[in-house]
Design a protein around this ligand. Structure first.
Ligand SMILES: C[S@@+](CC[C@H](N)C(=O)[O-])C[C@H]1O[C@@H](n2cnc3c(N)ncnc32)[C@H](O)[C@@H]1O
Length: 372
């Protein structure tokens, strides 16, 4: 976890700059793609065995039903094909069938192509499928171009102070903000937070307070969190988080279970938000009055959630430092707090383990005892 070390620079060049260059040189990528397609065909590489394609609900053995082709089912078929590392669905648009289970399938494999990885050729071919889908079905699903355009447009609606706060690397050269920074967003996640937070959230239901543009909730989902409820106070920034979730789903060819709520972090103090295994507040809890910070910590403890707070030792006019947050945690239900730090980095992470205290009723009584 070295900050701005050789590894990090290599990542910036190979995973960010090169795909961006490839997007700018799309015609050259298309030529390269055509050459490699010919090479694959000439070398007789097999696509995938018929059984696997059937299991993935990509191909149909029969003629299907007489039902008209449903565009959303074709989009889902494209996602299945792309998620399996293949492209070329557009060549089968004339040979689609609807099956009894509601899925659209390909009748023939002509034009389908398997890729060794999700590099620039895969991205260009996948995009060609999606562009052709939009043209064929008068649709507007995300493409490389429209994703970038939406991000540009939306960024302009975010309050200036937060416009560049949290950079996100969605992958494949699609980024927002000053991506080289490791202070916030995916830079902070990759350099510091990921190593500590991933094992805590994998397979867990997470509540994230003060989520900004969703960068860290989205990284937690990408790292394996089961679901995230993200609470953000600024409506424009919360909308940006919703768009960012959509863009990440497109980029990763996955659905993420995220709900972005526009509202105050203190919504957590109402019964409505549900039950969580982990509560996180990265560089945000200290914007509340201290008594509300205490109540939120106590409620997380009563819920027996793991609590992860990110401090900021460079802020002096709020109770934001690692030592102040640790004291608040130990006095409100988290006697054992691990503080993770990195030399020269002002944002330590504090992790409070849930206490095993008696039965559920005792836990509820502990929360009810917190003064309003
Ligand atoms: C410094 S940013 C941190 C964002 C994010 N957690 C991160 O670490 O990248 C603080 C965020 O908390 C939000 N915020 C501040 N006070 C809030 C409140 N009372 N309720 C909800 N959100 C709040 C701000 O709008 C901002 O997006």
């Amino acid at each position: 976890m070295r900050r701005r070390g050789t590894e990090y620079r290599r990542y910036l060049v190979t995973a960010v700059a090169l795909p961006q260059l490839a997007y700018c040189c799309a015609p050259a990528v298309r030529v390269w793609s055509a050459v490699t397609a010919l090479w694959h065909r000439a070398s007789g590489k097999s696509l995938a065995d018929a059984e696997r394609l059937h299991d993935l609900r990509i191909t149909s053995e029969g003629d299907g039903t007489a039902a008209p082709i449903v565009p959303s089912a074709v989009e889902a078929l494209m996602d299945r094909v792309h998620a399996a590392g293949m492209t070329g669905v557009r060549h089968g648009f004339n040979g689609l069938v609807m099956c009894a289970d509601g899925t659209a399938r390909l009748r023939r494999l002509k034009g389908l192509r398997a890729h060794a990885g999700r590099g620039v050729v895969f991205a260009a071919e996948r995009d060609a499928d999606r562009v052709a889908f939009n043209a064929r079905f008068a649709a507007s699903i995300l493409t490389e171009e429209t994703a970038r355009q939406l991000l540009r447009e939306h960024k302009a609606s975010v309050p200036a102070g937060y416009r560049d706060y949290a950079p996100i690397d969605f992958g494949g050269g699609v980024t927002i903000g000053r991506i080289a920074s490791t202070d916030s967003g995916t830079g902070r996640w990759d350099f510091f937070n990921r190593h500590i937070v991933t094992p805590l959230v994998t397979g867990r239901r997470v509540l994230d307070l003060g989520s900004n543009n969703g960068s860290l909730p989205l990284m937690m989902l990408r790292a394996g969190a089961a679901s995230v409820v993200a609470v953000e106070g600024s409506p424009a920034v919360a909308d940006f988080a919703r768009l960012n979730a959509r863009i990440l789903e497109w980029r990763d060819i996955r659905r993420y279970d995220i709900r972005v709520i526009t509202g105050d972090m203190r919504l957590f103090l109402t019964p409505d938000l549900g039950q969580f295994d982990v509560v996180t507040a990265f560089c945000s809890l200290y914007y509340l009055p201290e008594c509300d910070m205490a109540r939120i910590i106590a409620k997380a403890a009563a819920m027996r959630a793991t609590l992860v707070l990110q401090a900021n030792d460079a802020i002096h006019n709020l109770p934001a430092s690692g030592s102040e947050l640790r004291l608040l945690m130990t006095s409100n239900g988290y006697p054992n707090v691990d503080m993770h730090q990195f030399p020269g980095f002002a944002r330590p992470l504090l992790v409070g383990a849930p206490q095993i205290i008696g039965d559920a009723a005792a836990s509820e009584r502990a929360w009810e005892a917190v003064p309003l």
